[in-house]
Ligand binder design. Structure first.
Ligand code: GLN
Length: 195
């Protein structure tokens, strides 16, 4: 399996390390031609969503990536990646791909002091360590969106078909279980694509 990791800004190296630890090939998506490669899954990392969104347009990758997600390519958006996927942002007039029918609040825990670490349950995965770094959370989900994780009453993880969106960063911990869960999704997609 080959997973593409968007690598224009943010915490992409940590995701690559996780994937390699799980024995999966990871490649960086830095420019449009990288999207010509075969991929079984896509990771949108944490970072600054405004910067990543702007770069995606400047590098002419925005529409192509959006199309791939809409076509069913498994995607994992962490933190800023979740913001990129969200249909609506409650405290920002911008939206990006808008493929995930949820409302997300950016910097929901505050800008500076909003970083913390906790262990919590993720549906289908189990209890895992989660790092929150100037994180958003999900204020509202629409029909068909499955809530897979909550922390202190706030929604921090959802799944909607091929899309996984989480507020936290599993890639900065040493626990690979969340990535293994995402790879299961990618495996199913690959099998279907081959069949
Ligand atoms: N605060 C960032 C944003 O709004 C997200 C932070 C992160 O990805 N760790 O884009």
């Amino acid at each position: 399996m080959r997973i593409g990791v968007l690598a224009v800004q943010g915490a992409f190296i940590e995701h690559e390390k996780m994937l390699r630890a799980l024995g999966v090939e990871a490649f960086e998506i830095r420019q449009k031609r990288d999207l010509e490669q075969e991929m079984d899954g896509l990771i949108l990392p944490g970072g600054e969503s405004t910067v990543i969104g702007k770069l995606l347009r400047e590098l002419d990758m925005f529409e192509l990536l959006k199309h791939k997600i809409e076509e069913g390519l498994p995607v994992l958006g962490t933190c800023a990646g979740l913001i990129l996927l969200a249909e609506k942002l409650s405290n920002d007039e911008h939206t990006y791909f808008g493929t995930l029918p949820v409302t997300v609040k950016r910097n929901a825990y505050g800008r500076q002091l909003g970083s913390f670490y906790i262990e919590e349950e993720v549906k289908g995965v189990g209890k895992i360590p989660m790092a929150f770094i100037r994180a958003p959370y999900i204020e509202e989900v629409q029909k068909g969106v499955q809530i897979i994780a909550k922390v202190n009453g706030n929604i921090v993880g959802v799944q909607y078909g091929n899309q996984l969106g989480i507020s936290f960063h599993p890639e900065v911990t040493d626990n690979t279980e969340f990535h293994a869960y995402f790879l299961e999704l990618c495996r199913k997609y690959k099998e279907k694509a081959v069949a």
